[in-house]
Design a protein around this ligand. Sequence first.
Ligand SMILES: [Zn+2]
Length: 137
Amino acid sequence: MDTSTKPLPSVNSWTKPFWQGVREEKLMIQKCTECGQPIFYPRMCCPFCFSDQIEWMEASGRGRIYTYTIVRSNAPSSFIADMPFVIAVVRLEEGVQMLSNIVDCEPTAVYCEMPVEVTFEKLSDEFTLPKFRPAQA
Ligand SMILES: [Zn+2]
């Protein structure tokens, strides 16, 4: 895969643990220690109770597809070679939702509520992307 022209994540102080985690093949999410809610995407304070008492935890990596689309045309030029590909919202077991790609299966085999698990796609020494594939039974 040619990643040279694809956009790369922009990392800041409060998303750094997430990107460090995926580099080590760990899917990290946040959890509020005040109200107990799991949090994703990374924030500086809890979106539920506004506490800044947030800790990181490793997610199971398992979830189900909440919704998805198959991109068959009109992708940005650096993604054309990947078509058709699946963009999905995955609801993790922990309760948070994550936007990612579904890989290692035919796009037409994807369905809502499909059980999936995280897999890691290394782009470079600096960046690894979490993607999801059908859960191995
Ligand atoms: Zn909270």
